[in-house]
Design a protein around this ligand. Structure first.
Ligand code: IFM
Length: 446
């Protein structure tokens, strides 16, 4: 069997997020987050699931770090729950909450695993939501102050920082589709959130630079490759609009070029916040890397009556348990697109993985489909490196099964199975496969 080998120093890691795994969201003086509030509101999540216990990682972090060490992972991407550190989002500091992350970072360092920290993975302090949350322009300062505090506490050991995870999802799934916290349905709000997220991101980057710490900072963006359903001009334009609306251009154009992407503005300018142009110079700010999350692709058709004139059509590809098309070549398209348009110094795939129906048989989980999925995507990442993309690492989503937001615990993304009754962790076949990939820094070629 032929192998493809990743460059030396390539960071093969795993990723998680605070509310999805930690449990005990109110422990040791933490304040409630919007996800705590949302998941406790009837009818918001599958089975009324909440993050109250999740994977009990808050208690079991040592065991989980040991598991990562056993797998040989080089890097671990996790997020900090803002309301553990600032229970009200600003003002009063909760050192006990900060201590948890301090201990976690030490544990990782002892295990030789590099921490990559996401500062915001959707658990906004609920009291900030009471002041408008991402719709309040002051959030740029609230976020930068929180980030700065964390930089000061952990910046001696942590060398990779991600400001926001998937700001598109916060804006649109949380403020237009109403499926995520805070559960709003208002398109003007969604675009205002995008803008304030960008302002908050840039302020945090500036705060990081002012600390003069050794290390790198970037942002993580969600992506679904968007292919036109035909070579007709209308479909090509629709795919381009979809791409600029849901993918990296919505955020990277402002960050790298100081403007929103043109195809998107042509259909959505009316939704942009008043005088948004005045903030663009401040938003444009050098970052050290771009984080790319990629799971699936869409086939796009022009549909004049649909929002923004775009409609997804089913092309009959195999889907994961999330109902997402498996389209590995889309990862290549996204990576090469980022490289070509913005030439960032570094790119990391900060999430890639799949939910499948996992069954425990005699204490084992034979998740061949997940292995196949990962292998195909690793091959596309390799191809992108060969073609000049500055890809420096790859984080599998997720280390372990966890709270999949509105879908609760019904979808399993982990390479480690979690028995939620007993909290037992079971290495799926994909975890054993990945351990081997890491050991050899190589994947079977396809
Ligand atoms: O679980 C999520 C994660 O929090 C953000 N990116 C997509 C994952 C799978 O839906």
């Amino acid at each position: 069997m032929k192998n493809i080998k990743f460059p030396e120093g390539f960071k093969l890691g795993v990723a998680t997020a605070s509310y999805q795994i930690e449990g005990l969201p109110l422990a040791d003086g933490a304040g409630p987050s919007i996800w705590h509030r949302f998941s406790h509101t009837p009818g918001t999540t599958y089975n009324s699931d909440t993050g109250d216990i999740a994977c009990d990682h808050y208690h079991r972090y040592k065991e989980d770090v040991a598991l990562m060490k056993e797998l040989g992972v080089k890097a671990y991407r996790f997020s900090i729950a803002w309301p553990r550190v600032f229970p009200y989002g600003k003002g009063k500091i909760n050192l006990k909450g900060m201590d948890f992350y301090d201990r976690l970072v030490d544990e990782l360092m002892d295990a030789g695993i590099e921490p990559f920290i996401t500062l915001y993975h959707w658990d906004l302090p609920a009291t900030l939501q009471d002041e408008g949350g991402w719709l309040n322009r002051d959030i740029a300062n609230w976020f930068a102050d929180y980030a700065d505090f964390v930089f000061q506490k952990l910046g001696d050991r942590v060398k990779h920082w991600i400001t926001l995870n998937e700001p598109w999802v916060t804006a649109f799934v949380g403020h237009l589709f109403g499926e995520h916290a805070p559960g709003m349905r208002d398109i003007y709000a969604a675009f205002e959130v995008v803008h304030n997220e960008l302002r908050a991101h840039s302020k945090a980057v500036k705060a990081f630079r002012e600390e003069n710490l050794e290390g790198e900072i970037g942002i993580t963006l969600s992506n679904h490759s968007q292919s036109p359903a035909s070579q007709e001009e209308a479909d090509i334009t629709a795919a381009q609009v979809a791409h600029e609306y849901v993918n990296y251009p919505l955020f990277l154009n402002p960050i790298f070029k100081g403007d929103y992407p043109q195809h998107l503005l042509s259909v959505a300018k009316e939704y942009m916040p008043k005088a948004y142009e005045q903030d663009m110079d401040e938003i444009k700010e050098d970052i050290d890397f771009v984080g790319i999350n990629y799971y699936s692709g869409n086939l796009v058709k022009a549909e004049p009556n649909a929002p923004f004139g775009i409609k997804n059509v089913d092309r009959g590809l195999e889907k994961t348990e999330m109902g997402w098309e498996i389209y590995p070549q889309g990862l290549y398209e996204i990576l090469t697109g980022v490289q070509k348009n913005y030439a960032p110094m570094k790119i990391f795939i900060t999430e890639n993985g799949a939910a499948f129906k996992d069954v425990v048989e005699d204490g084992e989980v034979h998740d061949d489909k997940r292995i196949e999925y990962l292998k195909a995507h690793f091959n596309q990442a390799y191809k992108a490196i060969q073609d000049g993309v500055n890809l420096k690492g790859y984080f599998v989503w997720s280390l372990m099964d966890n709270f999949e937001w509105a879908k609760g615990y019904s979808k399993r993304f982990g390479i480690v199975y979690v028995d939620y009754e007993t909290q037992e962790r079971i290495l799926k076949d994909s975890a054993k496969w990945y351990a081997n990939v890491i050991k050899n820094n190589a994947v079977e070629a396809e």
